[in-house]
Design a protein around this ligand. Sequence first.
Ligand code: HEM
Length: 516
Amino acid sequence: MQNDNERSDGKNVEKSEDTNNEQPVLTNRQGHPVYDNQNTRTIGSRGPITLENYQFLEKITHFDRERIPERVVHARGAGAHGFFEAYGTVGDEPVAKFTRAKLFQEKGKKTPVFVRFSTVIHGGHSPETLRDPRGFATKFYTDDGNWDLVGNNLPVFFIRDPLKFPDVVHAFKPDPVTFRQDAQRIFDFISLSPEAMHMISFLFSPRGIPQDYRHQDGFGVNTYKWFNTEGEGVLVKYHWKTKQGVKSLTQAQASEIQATNFNHATQDLFDSIERGDYPEWELCVQIMSDDEHAELDFDPLDDTKTWDEEQFPLLPIGRMVLDRNPKNYFAEVEQVAFGTGVLVDGLDFSDDKMLQGRTMSYSDTQRYRVGPNYLQLPINAPKKHVGTNQRDGQMTYIVDTGGENPHVNYEPSSLGGLKEAPKAGKDHTPYVEGNLVRQKISRTNDFKQAGERYRTIEQWERDDLVFNLVSALSQCNQEIQERMIGLLTQCDAEYGQHVADGLKMNSEKSEAAQTM
Ligand code: HEM
């Protein structure tokens, strides 16, 4: 009988590496050279094919499993490698005054990073011209282990309680029956969520469609903490400021690009890195003392609010350059797993409820999406020693090699197992007390910052914001339209009036409405 790897047409077979041929040869995953990749093994040239055809079965069954579940949100993305370079200072002061996180301490210290940019709502092959927040997630491979900063291109969010996240996502995702994104479903939810007015005023302005991933800022959005060697903490917000300048698209410009290219942002990032035009961002923080700040008209833990930059200036702490494209999209961009819980010593959570809700969600979904050993994959593993005593599970690839004695996978032990690490300073031990309740924060102030945003953007941006809201709302029923106008009027009377005027003019469903 013919050998499995023999070509049936009798042509010369390629030699394997073992026979000193310099050209890399095709093998299967068992390392067997593949001599014929054109013809399955069959009984006679017309078939049938045989079941023991290992080469064919391995190839096709692996292909059958090529897709893993998409991210439930942020499914479409592009990524790149690069580095973060610390300034050693925060504004004019040494960074050590506020945080002992090692990656920031020394001027010029470089930390490798991987960044993934994304759109939020639609699937993995959806157009990159859609009105949607953009994800901006950064993994810092620090000497102390990984730090993930999982942010967006807009500084605020739709909701302030994590319990509402599945609802806001369902409202924006396609209708479960028609499978179309539906403005009526979106604004049904939004018009009953006054805290979303600030975010909506960003999203429906030109900032809701960035020109590409390089021309956008990034924001941590949630409030985090820093603490120093004395264990003293401050509240911080993170900002990535693009050195390329912020550039956005109007709906008309986006539609024009989408007509010919639905991958334009992925292409722009890849091509710019290939030609050596490396995108760069500066990382800045805003700092606030760690208390409730009763003097402010908003709660510093509320992610629907920005912190006034006059009062809490942006303090630069380093810069990031992206200078290397992934070698393989799936292995790196698809399988990378970021989470808000991934912090290093000197960085901490605040009591921001959204942040805590998010922290639970990311590693939970990644155990499902990628698998329980997702942290063993090269893109997710820290670039330092790992010693955990965690063992086994699907696709175990590495056994941590920390302890001297491979028989000891528990702690404490006197037989050469892993030991607890020494502390890097005093613990940060915030005091928490209160009744267990289901309650909104008291300073909701849902409209003021949205109104300020409306008044401070340029006239063409205001016009675009009103146009886009009118386009979307003209697809909604009158009750939803009225609720939205009521909310927008509370943000700014002119804002509400302009949207109302637009809707009256367009009470018939307009052609423009199709752009949503
Ligand atoms: C309670 C609120 C939130 C929940 C429960 C949540 C949950 C999730 C989940 C489950 C994923 C998919 C992760 C994966 O499959 O690896 C994800 C991705 C992501 N989320 Fe959130 N999210 C929330 C709010 C936010 C906010 C406020 C931001 C922006 C600051 C944000 C930014 C991102 C980004 C950038 C990604 C994509 C990360 C990547 O590129 O892999 N999320 N989120």
